[in-house]
Write a protein that binds this ligand. Structure first.
Ligand SMILES: [Zn+2]
Length: 480
């Protein structure tokens, strides 16, 4: 059984909705064009845009959509109180994350109020999880939110998600993320093999999800069945089945992966993998020949991560067996291109900074500050990657718990790139500043202690020289 491509349905529905509203003279053609134009630039649904523009009202739209999708419009506030036994059919986090609420049971059918009844894939998953046939109502997202809070509510637990998105760029293609020209074909090669486990690791808010979204977009062909299991759906990807699970729960995550597994998608993305059971589920997925793209929140360096591959157990062997590539990701501030200025430093200074350069002088860059970058000199971020293709030797070493030094030695040199190399390349191209280069490199900072020449950024060098260590500078960075 394969999930239906519900985005096609959504496209059909949107066209139909516009046509239906037109036919009923509820909007005019000019209004439809305005709304469609607006829609191209946003992630919103046509109905929502028409309502926001004041061209029509929500109830009318939901009524029409309900007819189109064979899902009657329901006003939850006006229904009878829903029985607890019905509510318990669907776990809270699924209800909350996907804006759905079970409202009625009839024999072997569970009626679910949904904000998006066109999501056939979600219905398939619900059928699998509950053991019931699923029929749907359409309901307003706002009312669903209130009802979910009401029926599942535990003392003020309804938190607002306000975390900032680090890389406001979920729509960026792979080649614009920050891979170096040497890295991009390596990453693309492993992605396009469409099998095995490819992991992107890094600390929280290092932009891993942007890389996943770009990867999925790269693989988004009609022949591919792609499912993305996410902790929070940050962006709706056309043509990809996205599902949400709670942030912390291994139980929900592995149940979801196992359910998804039964639909045989050939590509699965999983956000923030954790817990033994989830690793097992991922191993089973990979064994079937699917591609699994996973992200893991960790502050560990790629080699340390592999040395205690999440606290290795025998059950992880199938994941390791299918490992193809591990990428570590960091976000580094990008120099503002509108006020970028060049500075010349001596080759000697550059070499003391650890730069592998020849010659008497080299150019580095800095943003002077302008109105575009709010006088900070920085504009957005660039992602920096360290890539480690996994060969059989490395797999054996991981399973033997052989240690970092042996892993380091076994890296396939021609395809491996370190942050050091990547940062240098970006520094010399004027994409990142010397401050940030040094900050990321601060583990190797001892060699800078002798550095006395204040030729680069006054603040940095002043603080650096005064304290004789990079700590004062780092503190300064954090404060500013
Ligand atoms: Zn600027």
């Amino acid at each position: 059984m394969r999930p239906l491509g519900w985005d096609n349905q959504a496209g059909y529905r949107q066209k139909k909705l516009g046509e239906m509203l037109l036919a009923a003279s509820l909007i005019d053609e000019g209004q439809l064009v305005t709304a469609l134009t607006k829609q191209q630039r946003s992630n919103k649904k046509l109905g929502e845009i028409l309502v926001n523009l004041g061209y029509t009202n929500e109830e009318l739209v939901l009524n029409l959509l309900g007819k189109q999708l064979d899902s009657p419009y329901i006003r939850i506030a006006e229904t009878e109180r829903i029985d607890k036994a019905i509510i318990q059919r669907i776990p809270e986090n699924l209800a909350e994350r996907n804006l759905i609420l079970p409202v009625k049971m009839e024999d072997d059918t569970l009626w679910v109020a949904m904000s998006d009844p066109a999501n056939q894939f979600l219905k398939n998953v619900l059928a699998l999880l509950t053991g019931y046939h699923i029929k749907s109502y359409i309901a307003s997202p706002k009312e669903l939110k209130q009802a979910i809070a009401h029926y599942y509510s535990r003392s003020g637990r309804f938190e607002q998600t306000t975390e900032a998105t680090p890389l406001h760029s979920y729509f960026l293609p792979l080649k614009q993320l920050g891979f170096t020209p040497r890295q991009l074909p390596v990453f693309a090669k492993y992605l396009e093999q469409q099998k095995g486990c490819l992991f992107i690791i890094g600390s929280e808010y290092s932009g891993k999800k942007t890389t996943v979204y770009a990867s999925l977009r790269q693989l988004n062909f009609p022949d591919n069945d792609i499912v993305s299991v996410e902790r929070k759906m940050d962006y709706k990807l056309e043509g990809i089945n996205q599902l949400e699970v709670a942030d912390t729960s291994d139980l929900d995550l592995h149940l979801m992966i196992d359910s998804v597994n039964q639909f045989n998608p050939n590509i699965l993305a999983v956000e923030n993998i954790q817990g033994v059971e989830s690793w097992n589920s991922i191993g089973r997925m990979a064994e079937k020949g699917s591609l699994v793209i996973g992200t893991i929140n960790t502050d560990q360096h790629i080699l340390d991560f592999l040395v205690d591959f999440p606290n290795l157990r025998t059950s992880h062997y199938s994941v390791i067996e299918h490992l193809t590539l591990v990428a570590e990701q960091k976000l580094v501030r990008a120099i503002c291109p509108y006020c970028q200025a060049v500075y010349t430093i001596s080759g000697k200074t550059a070499r003391k900074m650890g730069l592998k350069v020849k010659g008497a002088t080299i150019n580095i860059y800095k943003g002077k500050g302008c109105s575009v970058c709010n006088h900070t000199g920085y504009y957005g971020y660039t992602a920096c990657y360290e890539l480690l293709p996994i060969n059989d030797t490395i797999k054996d070493l991981i399973m033997q718990k052989a240690g970092k030094a042996k892993l380091k030695k076994a890296r396939p040199q021609e395809m491996t790139s370190s942050f050091n190399d990547v940062l240098q390349e970006k520094l010399l191209k004027g994409q990142v500043s010397a401050e940030d280069y040094l900050q990321v490199m601060d583990k190797n900072i001892n060699q800078f202690k002798e550095l006395k020449t204040a030729q680069i950024m006054a603040t940095f060098w002043t603080l650096f020289e005064r304290s004789g260590s990079v700590n004062a500078y780092l503190q300064y960075c954090r404060k500013n």
